[in-house]
Design a protein around this ligand. Structure first.
Ligand code: V47
Length: 380
């Protein structure tokens, strides 16, 4: 890309103007990593000052049995597979109690779409964890799962979400988005929820007062135009609802998947994708560097490329570890804080909805909301 083109983009970013699809492609074509990082940092500082967030959370993946066979997934199992499992209600409750004992503020619950389990089981999972740990925020079930619930329950999206909210659902995680462009989606996960369905589940969730996140799985067969298209579709929905909190670019991990011949995305691609996400998604308050996928070192450096959130202490993560992630299962709060401080930012513990968390011994309490969103806060 010519210096002049990058200069024009820099002028737009400085003026707070929205970048176009072509600007996105120009950024993708640039190899001036420092310029991308500098522009992304300008936006990141404008939105989040010198704060960088983390949370204390636990993942529960209640089953790995899945009707779909997405090419990138190393986690799923067939019904009769020897790796197949379904956690019992006791196990699920125990996980929630354990998480509460460790001071977690969030349970992140996602899994497979089991051939035989009814919708009521997925509602019960939310109910069980809320009974075991009422103070914990439950971020559960991706839009792909919600669509599956509609199929098996024969209920519309709104009703499915209302049932889950009634059981204690607090927000929706960003998984299942993969790449929206049909050239890629049909190739890697053509059977599961379509782009329109994914977006519509989030639209409906936002209308019901739930916040949600969005992801993008990159570094496989995707091209620059697919990634920019993905971001623009999210930006358009965010203009409409304001319900997204955080965008999480997910680096593809090929091991044990049906795309195992594809090399992992490079460090340059990870950092460029982070910076471009920050620049294109001008209406998303947060960009997350998910350390479990990126590795600790890249996640820390990503704080200089537009990221303002490192996600959590994360215990019991299975989806990426099955796909070859070599990161530990857990990071201590002291480690996360050190990574953030070393990168020149102020660590802030947040809850799922970006309230500041304060701790005293094993007790915690939430304080003011750190960032604004246009959604009404649900009555608890
Ligand atoms: O949708 C699956 C991805 C996602 C692989 O909302 C893989 O805060 C890389 O969405 N290599 C689920 N990625 C996880 C997810 C998530 C993670 C952290 C935080 C949040 C949030 C959401 O994991 C799937 C898919 O895109 N995935 N397999 C793989 N082999």
């Amino acid at each position: 890309m010519s210096d002049r083109r990058l200069e024009l983009i820099r002028e737009k970013v400085t003026a707070g103007e929205r970048l176009s699809f072509d600007d996105g492609l120009a950024l993708e074509a640039s190899t001036d990593l420092f310029a991308l990082g500098e522009m992304a940092t300008m936006v990141r500082r404008r939105k989040n000052g010198d704060l960088a967030y983390y949370n204390v959370n636990t993942h529960i993946n209640p089953t790995n049995v899945c009707v779909y066979k997405c090419d990138f997934c190393a986690f799923r199992a067939d019904l009769n597979d020897e790796r197949a499992y379904v956690m019992s209600d006791d196990e699920i409750r125990r996980r929630a109690t354990e998480a509460a004992g460790r001071g977690a503020t969030e349970l992140h619950i996602v899994g497979g779409l089991h051939h035989k389990l009814p919708f009521s089981w997925y509602v019960d999972v939310v109910r069980w964890v809320k009974q075991a740990a009422p103070q914990i925020h439950v971020k559960a079930w991706t839009a792909v799962e919600v669509e599956w619930f509609c199929k098996i329950s024969k209920k519309p999206t709104r009703e499915v979400l209302q049932d889950l909210i009634e059981a204690g659902l607090g927000s929706i995680p960003g998984g299942g988005a993969e790449i929206f462009h049909p050239e890629v989606r049909e190739e890697i996960c053509g059977a599961k929820a379509s782009t329109e369905t994914w977006l519509n589940v989030h639209r409906t969730a936002h209308q019901l007062g739930l916040h949600s996140n969005a992801t993008m799985l990159y570094g496989h067969i995707d091209k620059p135009k697919h990634r920019i298209d993905h971001m623009i579709r999210l930006r358009e929905l965010q203009d409409e609802t304001g319900g997204f909190q955080t965008f999480i670019p997910l680096a593809f991990h090929p091991d044990n998947s049906r795309m195992s011949e594809i090399p992992k995305p490079s460090g340059v691609m990870d950092l460029k994708t982070m910076a471009i996400s920050r620049l294109m998604l001008d209406n998303f308050p947060h960009i997350k560097a998910y350390w479990v996928m990126l590795g600790l070192k890249t996640a820390q450096v990503a704080l200089a490329f537009g990221a303002d959130d490192l996600d959590g202490t994360v215990v019991h993560e299975k989806i990426y570890h099955e796909a070859g992630a070599e990161t530990p299962q857990e990071m201590s709060v002291a480690d996360i804080q050190r990574l953030i401080l070393e990168a020149g930012y102020q660590p802030v513990e947040r809850d799922t909805l970006y309230h500041r968390v304060e701790r005293s011994g094993s007790d915690w309490s939430v304080h003011e909301r750190i960032t604004t969103g246009s959604l009404p806060v649900l009555a608890s």
